[in-house]
Design a protein around this ligand. Structure first.
Ligand code: NAD
Length: 433
């Protein structure tokens, strides 16, 4: 596509002028972005409601606020992050100094998914700007109102030679991926992650892949059950389970299963009302294809509670499935919906083996007061990141790099790591004559 090539050529020329790498320019761009988000906020919230039925508090809390937090953190620290870093030099070279210069890669591509279509487009954007790059952004076509908003907003705030939005479907992504970028930051499914990495390999373009997977939640016999129920419900049913780090399935000690199920049900009723199908604020499934996939996964499973859905409204009520087998279809793919399979145990060890033998999860959540068990799980299971006695919150810290491992992704971002991931670290040794 000639226009894509022209756009990239314009961005390359602009990058060469050195403007985007000037730290004062980056700070000004971040301020412009922040002011723009505030100005566009009503439209952002409205678009998230239109595409996903997110309520205002949910849309603000899980999308806008996270981006504003990242922006403020970058604005506070950028000057220090961008400064050259002097490091020690080997004693054999006493007349030399060693310095690491963080430098922007150049022209970068950000591909975003639909589930947090604002946060997952603008979060990486903050890092790319902070590091001094130009950006081509491709939002998800499955949330068209948000995609259009991102296009309008970024076209209004920045020249396309610096930051440009290219809207479109898979063909557009494919056309973009044919071109040479200096860095690609992709958030989406593991399947498409492979496509992106293959395309990047053609140009030896470095990538960050923020992917998905099946993230277990484990509730042990000594857990604070009330607290675990509260936090599991928040983590699982936020955005109707369409969250990359949502607990995908529950492993629970058999002695506390019945009590815990009761507490989870009470918590759902308290948070979303007893009849979630008529709650106007519960988020919808993104489209019919995903709705049918999800209801299909429930077939032949034993419903512990929930299980009802309305196809016309794309709504599925929070559902727990009992005694699910590891071989069941629902245990073979990331669920990405408000359905929680439950597997009970008396001995956790074989279940930990089962997790270790599967693709590495993006997140893991463990509810227990047993420090030895915490150490055992952390020592034996590799996963992107996670929480003990909590869900999701690890991804809201500026100080915890967020990302997957193995099939759940590579590379990480948030806080300073967003700056680092969009920077090349140029190591230079200087001998003093
Ligand atoms: P997706 O992989 O289908 O799409 C993501 C983006 O890639 C979209 O912009 C889409 O247009 C583009 N795309 C789709 N097919 C493509 C192809 N064949 N070639 C090139 N580009 C293509 O993912 P999705 O359905 O939008 O998002 C859901 C997935 O994303 C889940 O697996 C979820 O776990 C994962 N996810 C991960 C994170 C994270 O931070 N790790 C965050 C959100 C979502």
């Amino acid at each position: 596509m000639e226009s894509i090539q022209q756009l990239i050529a314009q961005q390359r020329s602009f990058f060469k002028t050195g403007q985007s790498r000037d730290v004062a320019y980056r700070i000004e761009a971040l301020r412009t972005l922040r002011a723009g988000i505030e100005r566009y906020q009503p439209r952002i919230l409205e678009a998230l409601h239109t595409d996903l039925n997110k309520s205002e508090p949910e849309a603000f809390g899980s999308e806008v606020r996270i981006v504003l937090g990242e922006l403020d953190f970058a604005l506070e620290h950028l000057t220090a992050w961008a400064a050259p870093r002097t490091v020690p030099t080997a004693a054999a070279l006493p007349d030399a100094t060693s310095t690491i210069y963080p430098e922007p890669y150049g022209t970068t591509l950000i591909i975003a998914p639909w589930n947090y279509p604002f946060q997952l487009a603008f979060g990486p954007l903050v890092g790319a700007i902070a590091a001094g790059n130009t950006v081509v952004m491709k939002p998800s076509e499955l949330t068209p109102t948000v995609s259009r908003l991102i296009f309008d907003m970024l076209s209004d705030l920045f020249p396309t030679s610096y930051i440009a939005v290219v809207e479109g479907e898979v063909e557009t992504s494919t056309a973009l991926l044919k071109e040479k970028f200096d860095y690609i930051f992709f958030t989406g499914s593991t399947h498409v992650g492979r496509v992106v990495m293959r395309a990047a390999a053609e140009h030896l373009t470095p990538v960050t892949l923020e992917l998905g997977g099946k993230s277990p939640a484990i509730v042990h016999e000594d857990a604070d059950l009330k607290l675990a129920a509260e936090r599991l419900v928040r983590g699982k049913f936020l955005n109707a389970g369409q969250t990359c780090v949502a607990p995908d399935y529950l492993l629970i000690h058999s002695s506390v299963k019945a009590k815990f199920a009761e507490l989870v049900q009470a918590e759902i009723a308290d948070k979303y009302t007893a009849d979630v199908l008529s709650n106007p604020h519960f988020p919808h499934i993104v489209n019919t294809r995903n709705f049918d996939r999800l209801t299909g996964l429930m077939e032949n499973e034993q419903v512990l509670f929930g299980g009802r859905s309305v196809r016309d409204e794309l709504i599925i009520e929070p559902t727990l499935l009992d005694n699910v087998s590891w071989d069941a279809p629902i245990m073979q793919e990331e669920i990405f919906g408000p359905i929680l399979p439950v597997i009970e145990y008396d001995d956790l060890n074989p279940l930990l083996d089962e997790i270790v033998n599967r693709p590495k999860p993006l997140a893991l959540y463990l509810f227990t007061q047993n420090e030895q068990l915490i150490d055992q799980v952390l020592d034996t299971v590799s996963f992107g990141g996670g929480c003990i006695n909590e869900t999701l919150s690890h991804m809201t810290s500026h100080y915890l790099p967020f990302g997957g491992v193995g099939e759940s992704g590579m590379g990480s971002y948030h806080g300073q790591q967003s700056f680092e991931v969009f920077s090349h670290h140029k190591s230079v040794m200087k001998r003093n004559l």
